[in-house]
Design a binder for this molecule. Structure first.
Ligand code: SF4
Length: 440
């Protein structure tokens, strides 16, 4: 029986993709290897959102090939979709399979004949097969049966939407994932119930542009319509939303989240810049006043909600003053955490053609400053939660003598002792890093 290993890079949507790939190999009789060195097949599900993400994937391929030169390495995901030849040129790579053919990976790698659709590269006498098509026509969203997902992650991700119809100037995602498409509400319900049957206590609903969920379906529907259906028609204990664009976080939407303690009070809203001029150059469709109002609505209705933001340092043309404006804007918001990205030009995007670039050293210094600010925000948020009773869900332990757990408002805590995962516990939050004592 063949063994395989899978490595995932990138966002929540790629986690759901990796879980599907993993499950499809298990369903065909493959077994999971303990390490890369013991695997016949090693799959890498890549991200290409920044140059750093690309470099991380290339390094991983080289490391795996060094450790296990006999393994067949299969590279898929957004990097494979964007630049397959670049990956095919790395020693050890046997297959490069774009997002366009991701659901066919097991049958492709098992096929004896060369089925190359996009091309065939060569390392000496070793052929590398590249399978990829343009994502102009978005493929249907497919969900592979979730059996075993809980074997890997306590909180499974259910991807209910993929692709994006926006064209943010810096972003390559619409080119590698295609246009927006959604799972039907009935199918979402079916998948949620199935995950609950497998023992899921918390499900993370994910998408690339989650707020556009259902807009293209007929009849049209929305996330706002879907969530109450999930709560009414399944027994899932907690739903969490992955990233959602600020303009989708309306007063009604926040009221909906506040209406049930089965929805995690957690909003991850990309900001990207605190300068209106830069937001305009980025082709973002809101301004800082809109963003601040969204945060205010959440904070008024759910004062203990975790609000997180993505921000990009050093977009072309960003001046020192605009960086300061961004820092000050974030400083003034009750954010619980920041995800900071150092800008890197992606070929094919509009920002990739801009000539007024910011020096690399300046980009990285600004990113560092934003990360320091993000840590201060996270510390302040933790301090604000001290003494509150929180319901947490225990997570995988990984051989420690404490047990990690997560609250609805995205606080990660350490519980003293060894507890089974996927169990609810009420704790009194203590901001220190010391494991919390829990009564059995
Ligand atoms: S909304 Fe913008 S940043 Fe997000 S995936 Fe779409 S194009 Fe990229």
């Amino acid at each position: 029986m063949s063994t395989f290993m899978i490595h995932n890079f990138g966002c929540r949507a790629t986690q759901a993709d990796a879980a599907s790939i993993r499950q499809s190999f298990l369903a065909r009789g493959y077994s999971l290897a303990e390490t890369d060195s013991a695997a016949d097949l090693v799959l890498l599900n890549t991200c290409t959102v920044t140059a750093a993400a690309d470099a991380e994937a290339r390094d991983a391929i080289r490391r795996i090939h060094r450790q296990n030169p006999g393994a067949r390495i299969v590279v898929t995901g957004c990097y494979a979709q964007r630049a397959p030849e670049e990956l095919a040129a790395i020693d050890g790579v046997a297959w490069v399979i774009g997002n366009s053919h991701q659901t066919e990976i097991p049958s492709l790698v098992e096929s004896e004949s060369l089925v190359s659709i996009a091309g065939l590269a060569q390392h000496g006498s070793v052929p590398v097969q590249i399978v990829r098509e343009e994502m102009r026509v978005a493929r249907d969203l497919e969900v592979v049966p979730p059996g075993g997902i809980l074997g890997e992650r306590t909180r499974p991700t259910l991807k209910i939407q993929d692709g994006c119809n926006h064209r943010c100037a810096y972003c390559v995602i619409p080119f590698v994932r295609g246009g927006s498409r959604s799972l039907s509400p009935d199918r979402v319900l079916f998948e949620v119930r199935r995950l609950v049957d497998f023992g899921a206590q918390e499900i993370v609903l994910s998408g690339i542009d989650l707020g556009s969920y259902g807009h293209e379906l007929s009849p049209r529907t929305t996330l706002y319509d879907l969530i109450p259906r999930i709560l009414d028609e399944s027994s899932i204990e907690r739903l969490r939303l992955s990233s959602i664009e600020p303009m989708d976080v309306t007063q009604d939407f926040v009221d909906l989240v506040a209406s049930s303690d089965r929805i995690a009070p957690h909003f991850h809203m990309p900001l990207q810049s605190g300068s209106d001029r830069i937001l305009h150059s980025m082709h973002r469709w809101y301004r800082t006043a809109h963003y601040a109002r969204r945060v205010e609505i959440i904070h008024e209705r759910l004062p203990h909600a975790a609000i997180g933001a993505d921000v990009i340092a050093g977009f072309p043309g960003e001046t020192e003053e605009e960086h300061r404006v961004t820092m000050n804007f974030i400083e003034g918001l009750p954010l619980a955490y920041l995800h900071v990205f150092a800008f890197s030009a992606r070929e094919g995007t509009e920002a990739g053609k801009l000539t007024e670039t910011v020096d690399d050293s300046v980009i990285h210094r600004r990113a560092r400053e934003l990360r320091v600010l993000g840590e201060a925000k996270a510390n302040a948020f933790r301090a604000s939660q001290k003494g509150r009773t929180l319901r947490v869900l225990t997570l995988e332990r990984r051989n420690r003598d404490w047990t990690p757990a997560i609250s609805g408002n995205f606080l990660k805590v350490r519980l003293a002792g060894r507890w089974p995962r996927n169990r609810w516990m009420d704790i009194i939050f203590d901001e220190s890093d010391t494991p919390l004592r829990v009564e059995a």
